[in-house]
Design a protein around this ligand. Sequence first.
Ligand SMILES: Cc1ncc(C[n+]2csc(CCOP(=O)(O)OP(=O)(O)O)c2C)c(N)n1
Ligand code: SF4
Ligand SMILES: [Mg+2]
Length: 283
Amino acid sequence: MTSQNLETNAKNTWCPGCGNFAILNSIKAVLKSIQDEGTPLENVVLVSGIGCHAKIVDYINVNSFYSIHGRATPVAEGIKLANPTLKVIAFAGDGDAYGEGIEHLIFAAKRNIDVTMIIHNNRVYGLTTGQYTPTSPLGFKGRSTPKGSIEPPINPLELMLASGATFLARGFSHGIEQLKKIFKEAINHKGFALVDVLQVCVTFYNMYEYYDKRVYELKDHDAGDYGGALNKIKEWNYHADSKIELGVLYKKAATTFEERLSASKKDAVDIDSNIEKVLAKAV
Ligand SMILES: Cc1ncc(C[n+]2csc(CCOP(=O)(O)OP(=O)(O)O)c2C)c(N)n1
Ligand code: SF4
Ligand SMILES: [Mg+2]
C-alpha cells in the first residue's frame, strides 16, 4: 500500500496564529497514523460546515464534502448510513454546530450514530467577522453586540451528555500532543463522539492568555462515570472564572444507530418472507 500524501495545493487563508492550524496539524498526524496502521484513507471521509474552520477540508487530501452552515452533522450521518464501513469525521464551528445546527447534533447524539464531530469552538463567528455565538460569554462585545451580549452561554458538553453522546472530550489549540491523542481516541470510538476544541480566534476573540492560565489536563478521572463526568463538565460552564478541564470527559460503550438499523432491516426481511409464506398457504 502506498502512503497517501495529505498535502493539497489550496492556499491557506487563515490568519497567522489562528488556532485552526493546531487542529489541522493534529488531524493530519492522526490520519497518517491511521493509514500506517492499515486503514486506507479512501475509507475516510471528511465533512465540514461553513466558517473559517470549514476550509480545513481544502487543506487535507482526503475525500470530503464541504456542506452548508449548520449542516455538517446530517451530511456526516447520511454518508455513514450510505456506507457504514467508512470512517466519517466532521468539522464544524461553534456557530455552525451549536447555533444553526444544534438540533442535528442533539439527534445524532441521541441515535449514537458512529461519526466523529470536531468542533472548532472559538466562541465567535470568525468568517463573518466577530458576531457572538451560543458559547460567547455574557457581556461579549462583538459586531452584533457592541454593548456586550446579554445572554449567558450554553454548555454544549452538558447538552451533548444529556442527549446521549457516548464520547465527549475537550481539547485546546495550545496543546497539539493532547489534541492528537483525543482525536485518535474519538475516531476509534464506536458511536457518536464529539470533541469540543477551544480553538482560539486570534483576530476576533483572542483568549490564549485567559485559557493558558486556567486549563489543566484531567488525571484520575473516571470517564465511564456519568455523574462524575457531568460534575466535571459543569465545573467551568463556558463562563465561570474557574479552572478549565481538558481531556476525555465521558466514554461509554453502546449499540450504534447503524447496528440497530441493520437489525431492524433483517427483521423487516423476516416479516416479509413470513407474510409470503402465509399468503402462499392461503392460496
Ligand atoms: C444557512 C446560512 N446561514 C448563515 C450563513 C452566514 N454565515 C457564514 S459563516 C457564519 C458563521 C461562522 O461561524 P462559526 O460556525 O463559529 O465558524 P468560524 O468562522 O468561527 O470557524 C455565518 C453566520 C450562511 N453562510 N449560511
Ligand atoms: S478570523 Fe479567527 S478563526 Fe478565522 S482564520 Fe482568522 S483567527 Fe482564525
Ligand atoms: Mg466560531
